[in-house]
Design a protein around this ligand. Structure first.
Ligand code: TRP
Ligand code: ZN
Ligand code: CA
Length: 475
């Protein structure tokens, strides 16, 4: 999108901000400072979020070797309706059963043949917040389908097995899935979604899809769907210094579409299919420009050798990181957080808007490390200037505008020294959009209905949109 310079007249954009004040109340005197802006900006650490293990690439590759053997022994493919598909299902199911998962084989019929989805539930977690990850296990009939989609199937399988090895006790309920007949039009995943009651659908808080994650000439693509899932993946890749791009090679071309179509938040990873890698992409990712990401896409050479190990390793680790991050967030203590009630629209290149939050019943001052969770949906976040306003009007700058920052959304947690401010009073998040064209809004309170997601947001992990919340320190 084009973007004007930041010198243009100012607009207010809508911020999504969640200001968390840890109401430690340590100071009773309140030498309230005047309106001197102070810097904040460090992202709070997520105390309760557990760190994911490194997924052993050797284990992921061993699953691919098994899937290749299955194809070889079954006429060269693992396609819907063929013996190689059922053998693939049996292999994955055997691993999961041995690891303590509760597995369900779901049968359906497509094109006159029986198809199978495999669903694996990890016991425990909140049944009203189900975090899912899945991959299609079928190949096309012309080949073994090792990149498409043995790669995603193996990465999801090894992540599930890592959950078992860790004996993870997530806050969310974890469910892993392998879909049949994706290559016939997302048949298995559509069947699964349609088989869920409205209640069970509403319980699925997110679905993560991996389809083609080891392309031999790889790109690193993240689905641009649910902002929270997207952010978890982007942040992980930023942490290892690998740039990502938004996935554009056919939105809706894999099983996440079945979930997205019924309103379930989705995300995912992809390393490219038949599209050609550009010179710019080769410059940042290596590989061969002018050549397809996967020259063997849907063909007989999609075998065991059609895999880039580094890409497969990264995407396996990224998935584990997302499962651990989104799945283990602790809920906030009930009654100890504050959230603003209203959405706030951020007008394009206009005056600032604020989202207000009234805090009462606290004694003393706000904490020295006040956590301010911010959740703003915006198509060009460089347009936005964001401040936290204390009850007396003191402004704490959270974020400046930047004409070069073309990323979307501001979903993060800032830490502010608010120890000179009384905790009680009306806190505000102030957001101004200072350049024209791109717009956004502060998200609604109903996005905060999920306490675990809110907690993760407060810890800078950005699971959901939040307004302003003030919470006491946690331990
Ligand atoms: N299995 C998908 C297909 O055959 C592969 C694919 C193409 C894909 N484009 C995609 C997967 C984009 C995820 C995202 O169409
Ligand atoms: Zn596929
Ligand atoms: Ca704008």
């Amino acid at each position: 999108m084009t973007h004007p310079s930041s010198d243009l007249p100012r607009n207010i954009s809508r911020p999504l901000a969640a200001a968390l004040v840890a109401a430690a109340g340590l100071l009773t005197a309140s030498p309230v400072s005047s309106a001197t802006p102070e810097r904040a900006g460090s992202v709070a650490a997520g105390a309760e979020i557990l760190a994911a293990p490194d997924i052993p690439i050797g284990n992921v590759k061993a699953h691919l070797a098994q899937l290749q053997s299955i194809a070889t022994a079954n006429g060269g493919n693992r396609a819907h309706g063929r013996t190689g598909y059922k053998a693939s299902i049996d292999y994955v199911k055997g691993k999961l059963d041995a690891a303590g998962f509760t597995t369900t084989l779901q049968q359906f019929t497509s094109s006159g043949s029986t198809g199978y989805n495999l669903i694996a539930d990890w016991p425990g977690g909140d049944p009203n917040q189900v975090l899912m990850a899945g991959a299609h296990l079928d190949s096309v009939s012309s080949g073994a389908g090792i990149n498409d989609n043995g790669s995603g199937s193996a990465a999801v399988l090894e992540t599930a097995l890592a959950v078992s090895r860790a004996q993870l006790q997530p806050t969310k309920h974890l469910r892993f899935a392998w879909w049949g007949a994706e290559e016939l039009g997302l048949v298995g995943s559509k069947y699964y979604v349609n088989s869920l009651s409205a209640t069970d659908r509403a319980r699925v808080s997110g679905y993560i899809n991996l389809d083609m994650v080891g392309s031999p000439n790889p790109g690193y693509f993240v689905y641009d769907d649910d902002p929270a899932i997207e952010k978890v993946f982007k942040d992980w890749y930023t942490g290892i210094g690998v740039p990502t791009e938004i996935e554009t090679e056919g939105d809706g071309r894999s099983d996440h579409a079945s979930f997205k179509n019924v309103g379930i938040p989705v995300g995912g990873l992809f390393t490219g299919a038949s599209r050609t890698k550009t010179a710019a992409q080769a410059a940042k990712w290596g590989g061969t420009s002018g050549q397809a990401f996967d020259r063997c896409y849907h063909s007989s050479c999609d075998t065991n050798t059609n895999i880039n190990d580094v890409a497969l390793d990264h995407n396996s680790d990224a998935l584990a990181h997302a499962i651990w991050t989104l799945g283990t967030a602790e809920p906030l203590p009930p009654g100890e957080s504050y959230e603003s009630a209203a959405d706030v629209a951020i007008p394009d290149n206009a005056a600032a808007v604020t989202s207000a939050l009234a805090v009462s019943g606290r004694t003393g001052n706000a904490p020295a490390a006040l956590r301010v969770g911010v959740d703003i949906k915006h198509t060009w976040r460089g347009d936005l200037v964001v401040d936290l306003l204390a009850p007396d009007g003191t402004a704490y700058r959270l974020k400046n505008s930047s004409s070069s920052d073309s990323e979307d959304n501001v979903i993060t947690t800032y830490t502010v020294d608010a120890s000179s401010e009384t905790a009680n009073g009306t806190w505000r998040l102030r957001v101004q959009d200072v350049a024209s064209q791109d717009t956004g809004y502060i998200d609604r309170r109903d996005d905060l209905a999920d306490p675990a997601a809110r907690e993760a947001l407060l810890d800078g992990l950005g699971v959901v949109a939040v307004e302003i919340g003030l919470v006491p320190p946690r331990h």
